[in-house]
Design a protein around this ligand. Structure first.
Ligand SMILES: [Fe+2]
Length: 474
């Protein structure tokens, strides 16, 4: 950890203590001024919402009991596009091939098998309050990119559309996995791994250095937001709060969150390629839906601007930048070290990845999850995990209780819905050199052109540019 282990110098990463052991490194010494910024812009809002939103949410829950019907087509619409589509993978593994063997015949030209793997749900046990189960969903993907739902495995039992009531329940359990793992694993990947880089940037780079100016707008509020989620007294991960919607315990939720960092092996110890150990991404993310294309367009815009600024920083080969990279590489696997950071366009790639995650993907994820119908994608389920011979249709009104809907709706309003404070499209790095100021201006124009091009090419606008925050602000 080198020469800077004294937190009085500034914030610094450390191995996560408590339930989050072997999760991404965390920053526990959040500087006072950053905490004040969070108190003013986030903490106050939470307090207000608990006061004002609880009663209307309760009335809403009373008036909208139970779950909504989810047809097979609707299931595909939900899970194979947008935020949930991050789980889609063409990599069927031996356990999948074995389980789904009776279904894996007769692919037509251009078709391919895909799955959504929600097996990390095995970290959350069923209890008296709700049932949970790991699930894997099998699809056939046509050459057009359209997905067709084929079967769902709940642990070792496989369900298909001929199975009436059991099939209906299998879909809800898969949707439960999609909801819980999106919000506790896939999305938090955009929050926690960059926390170390945030702290090292604040502590190791001199104020006014170009690299620090380039990164700081994209770290505003993140450190205090992340601390509040993991260790705050009122964390959403602790069951019991009016806004705590998840099945399972804090310890189990921590296991799920830690999976984004440590990955997940099959119970027999072979690695599951759907959940590798975390590595800092040096490329745009691969997502098997238009959401990937949408994010890729913004990644390209970030690279165009990042290259201009990175070129200036790399030319100087300043020792403080080398030390910054060395520290980041020590804490974040895959981060370019003190040599690599000056090679090729590595620094631009670091910038593009950090900002794509913290600004574009993070905002888009929240924007998309805020539109999820909580009566289609449940968290707690009050029914036993089905067996394939169950034919009776469940009564959808009793699969979730009023308080489940109340807690989920409060969580939606307080934590999932975006509240943008600084917009990405307004970002002003405060550079002094005129060529960098001009590059900053061109970047803002390029972001607008990127959105215009997305619209022109008929790609879904997963979130409008104007709704994108510059950093993790919620
Ligand atoms: Fe978030």
């Amino acid at each position: 950890m080198g020469d800077n282990n004294d937190s009085s110098f500034g914030p610094w990463p450390q191995p996560a203590p408590g339930f989050f052991e072997d999760a991404a490194p965390v920053v526990l010494n959040v500087p006072k001024e950053l905490q004040r910024d969070w108190n003013r812009h986030v903490g106050r809002r939470y307090a207000k919402q608990v006061l004002l939103d609880t009663l209307p949410s309760w009335i809403w829950a009373l008036r909208n009991p139970g779950l909504a019907d989810v047809s097979d087509d609707r299931f595909v619409e939900i899970v194979c596009d947008g935020i949930f589509s991050k789980f889609l993978t063409p990599d069927l593994e031996p356990p999948d091939l074995e389980r789904f063997a009776p279904y894996l015949g007769g692919l037509e030209a251009g078709e391919r098998w895909f799955k959504s793997d929600f097996s990390p749900m095995r970290h959350v046990a069923s209890d008296a309050d709700s049932a949970t189960t790991p699930s894997v969903v099998l699809y056939r993907r046509a050459s057009s990119g359209q997905y067709h739902l084929v079967a769902i495995a709940l642990k070792d039992d496989v369900f298909d559309p001929t199975m009436d009531g059991a099939w209906t329940l299998a879909k809800y359990f898969a949707l439960q996995g999609a909801g819980v793992l999106t919000t506790l694993l896939m999305h938090p990947k955009l929050h926690f791994p960059s926390g170390a880089v945030d702290a090292i940037t604040r502590t190791r780079l001199a104020d006014g250095s170009v690299l620090k100016q380039l990164l700081l707008p994209h770290f505003r509020l993140a450190m205090a937001v992340n601390y509040a989620v993991l260790y705050g007294a009122g964390t959403v991960l602790q069951p019991g709060g009016i806004y705590a919607p998840y099945p399972g315990s804090l310890k189990e939720h921590a296991e799920v969150v830690a999976t984004l960092w440590r990955g997940l092996d099959y119970p027999d110890g072979t690695p599951n390629r759907a959940f590798p150990r975390y590595r800092f991404p040096m490329e745009a993310p691969v997502i098997h839906s238009d959401y990937g294309e949408f994010l890729g367009r913004y990644h390209a815009a970030l690279m165009r601007f990042g290259k201009v600024v990175a070129h200036e920083v790399q030319q100087e080969r300043a020792p403080d930048v080398a030390a910054w990279a060395a520290h980041c590489a020590e804490w974040v696997p895959g981060f370019p070290d003190r040599e690599l950071i000056f090679e090729d366009d590595n620094l631009a790639r670091v910038f593009a990845s950090l900002v794509l995650d913290a600004a574009v993907s993070h905002s888009a994820d929240h924007y998309l999850y805020a539109q999820v119908d909580i009566r289609e994608v449940p968290f707690r389920l009050h029914t036993a995990v089905p067996k394939p011979d169950q034919r009776q249709m469940p009564d959808r009104r009793h699969l979730v209780e009023t308080r489940d809907l109340l807690h989920y709706r409060m969580c939606m309003k307080m934590f999932f819905q975006p509240y943008v404070i600084d917009r990405l499209c307004d970002v002003d790095y405060g550079f002094r050199a005129s060529r960098l100021r001009e590059a900053n201006e061109r970047f803002r124009a390029d972001l607008r052109e990127t959105e215009a091009q997305i619209i022109q090419d008929g790609i879904r606008v997963y979130t409008p540019l104007e709704e994108m925050a510059a950093s993790v602000q919620f």
